[in-house]
Design a protein around this ligand. Structure first.
Ligand code: B12
Length: 359
């Protein structure tokens, strides 16, 4: 099967996600009348919403030819749904209908690849965990501080949380360590608590908004690094609202002496290209957190590759999907990926070792 065909399968599924989701829900409620009793009319609406998400993730996993991405997403959905009272068996029934709908409504080559990926996830489903453990790794030196930071933020005490981090900085804790060992795991833990219904959406929003403020204030305490004569543009791909990881990447570049231009969440691709050109950037760092934004990453990379003004630009990509599938960066046409902000700066340093004028 050619890559063009796989890409086109994803595009077709994405285009028809709404109609396919309607058919999936009609199928599961017709085939399993007890679902109506168990979940009611609201359940039907939620199931349709879930079907759209599943199809969008499936579409991008197909584009990238990556069953690992779809399995990772289904594993996440299993945990989330379990905490909303939806059993693994019901998720499996839903996926079974999704495969049947794809078989009936999509052209045979598209259906074949979609069904293979859905079936793969269904096979893996029983062994996938039903819940998740804390991501605050007790092995990490700053874990106790991260735990305290989460507890304080969840209590709604932004100033006190800020003080915890500032006190650690006063004791000599490097700001980069505070980013990587406190903010990063704390935010991931907060996401896990939301996913397992231990905290509300509002609490999660509060913690991420407050952490952005604390990060900004902490960054101001870092003395300006000696400039290295290199430039990076950091942007979240169009549609992706997760900007904290990308922001960390930008801050780490800045702390390493780079001219770092952080564009934030959901940046239109033409604006990213314009920034790269205007700032004569050496590196473009593209962040994507949601698996259903990978086609946007590919679109952005194609846009810069097609622009002769970006001929010398190196493109790195990062965010959760790139840790799930370590070959994804290559599939999407990037020059590399890195697991965190520290590794991102190290990779760019390797790429551009030598004087700033070197290609
Ligand atoms: C905060 C947050 C939000 C906020 C974002 C606010 C903001 N201003 O950024 C809001 C409320 C907008 C949000 C929305 C959603 N979110 Co959210 N969110 C999170 C949360 C809790 C924290 C994200 C974060 O900051 N992490 C910490 C940073 C530091 O880590 P990071 O992003 O991985 O970044 C590091 C590396 O990945 C890497 N990196 C990142 N980018 C780049 C780029 C390059 C070039 C390189 C080299 C490296 C690199 O370096 C970074 C720093 O070291 C996560 C939980 C989690 N596990 O991350 C969920 C999470 C990502 N969200 C999730 C979901 C489901 C959603 C929504 C779909 C919810 C909904 N139903 O509306 C929407 C989607 C919105 C969209 N269109 O993008 C799920 C995703 C699950 C999945 N597998 O699909 C998660 C995992 C929560 C969970 N555990 O269930 N979210």
């Amino acid at each position: 099967m050619t890559e063009t065909l796989v890409l086109s399968a994803g595009h077709q599924l994405r285009d028809q996600a709404g109609a396919l989701a309607d058919a999936v829900v009609a199928c599961e409620f017709a085939r399993h009348p007890m679902l109506r009793t168990r979940y009611g009319a609201a359940g039907r609406t939620k199931s349709r919403q879930d079907a759209v998400y599943h199809l969008l993730h499936l579409a991008d996993a197909l584009d990238a030819n990556s069953p690992a991405l779809f399995n990772d997403y289904i594993g996440w959905a299993k945990v989330l749904l379990q905490h909303f009272g939806v059993s693994s068996e019901d998720l499996d029934r839903h996926l079974e209908c999704m495969a049947d709908v794809a078989r009936k409504q999509m052209p045979p080559p598209v259906a074949a690849s979609a069904v293979a990926m859905i079936d793969g996830a269904r096979t893996a489903l029983p062994a996938m965990p039903s819940t998740t453990a804390s991501v605050l790794d007790p092995g990490q030196r700053l874990s106790p501080l991260a735990r305290e930071y989460v507890r304080t933020m969840l209590g709604g005490y932004r100033q006190a949380a800020r003080q915890l981090v500032f006190d650690a900085a006063d004791r000599g804790e490097p700001v980069r360590q505070l980013y990587l060992q406190v903010f990063q795991p704390a935010l991931r833990e907060i996401g896990r608590l939301w996913q397992t219904r231990k905290i509300s959406v509002a609490q999660e929003h509060f913690c991420s908004a407050a952490t952005q403020i604390v990060m900004s204030q902490l960054l101001l305490r870092v003395p300006a690094a000696q400039r290295c004569g290199r430039g990076v543009v950091v942007a979240c791909v169009s549609g992706d609202l997760h900007e904290l990881g990308a922001r960390m990447v930008g801050d780490f570049f800045e702390m390493a002496g780079w001219d770092a231009y952080f564009c934030g969440a959901n940046t239109p691709h033409a604006a990213v290209v314009q920034s790269v050109v205007e700032r004569a950037a050496d590196v473009l760092a593209v962040s994507a957190t949601m698996g259903y934004h990978l086609h946007a990453v590919q679109d952005l990379i194609e846009l810069v590759r097609a622009d002769p003004r970006c001929a010398r630009l190196r493109v790195m990509v990062g965010g959760h999907p790139f840790t799930v599938d370590p070959t994804l960066w290559r599939t999407l046409g990037a020059d590399g990926t890195a697991a965190d902000a520290d590794a991102a700066v190290a990779l760019a340093g390797q790429w551009l070792a030598g004087p700033a004028s070197a290609p």
